[in-house]
Design a protein. Structure first.
Length: 169
């Protein structure tokens, strides 16, 4: 990786707003994908959970690598509110929905003690694994084809973020 190449995990989670929240996740997914293409960043799809509604996603996790990726994405963390008139609403009413975006800096060499980690295969159409930190219950799901290294790095970053948040309180 080059001097300014950075790796971050980008997570988008549907929040309040029912089906419209799933659409908000899909729109954010598409927006960040377009940004990554424009910036020539690499994207590794770690986990995507599709919604039952057309054009909707429940949860997205990527690893984004590229020049100044963290600098551009670090301020995207937080709740994103979307207000729009869905095309299927014949009364043309505004609908409000929310999605949570998390950005985690990924670092090599951070280890999680094996006795605090449970790795289980998940029965789903896409072959996935779940890595769970037993003391906190924080978990990461990922496609099995990625192996364990990327999900371990994301889990370590989530644990580090959780520790920082707890320290501030």
């Amino acid at each position: 990786m080059g001097k300014h190449t950075q790796r971050v995990a980008l997570e988008i989670i549907a929040s309040f707003g029912g089906d419209e929240a799933y659409v908000a996740v899909k729109l954010l997914h598409d927006m960040y994908y377009a940004l990554a293409q424009r910036k020539k960043w690499a994207i590794v799809e770690v986990n995507i959970v599709e919604a039952y509604v057309e054009e909707g996603l429940i949860h997205v996790v990527w690893v984004v690598s590229g020049e100044k990726a963290q600098q551009y994405l670090q301020y995207e963390s937080g709740i994103h509110r979307m207000i729009r008139v869905p095309p299927q609403d014949l009364d043309q009413r505004l609908h409000m929905s929310f999605a949570q975006v998390n950005i985690f800096s990924l670092k090599e060499g951070i280890t999680i003690p094996e006795n605090e980690l449970v790795i289980t295969p998940e029965a789903s159409q896409e072959a996935k694994i779940k890595l769970e930190h037993t003391p906190t219950g924080i978990a990461v799901r990922a496609y099995r084809s990625l192996g364990e290294e990327i999900p371990r790095q994301i889990l370590a970053a989530k644990l580090q973020q959780e520790a920082l948040t707890a320290k501030k309180q």
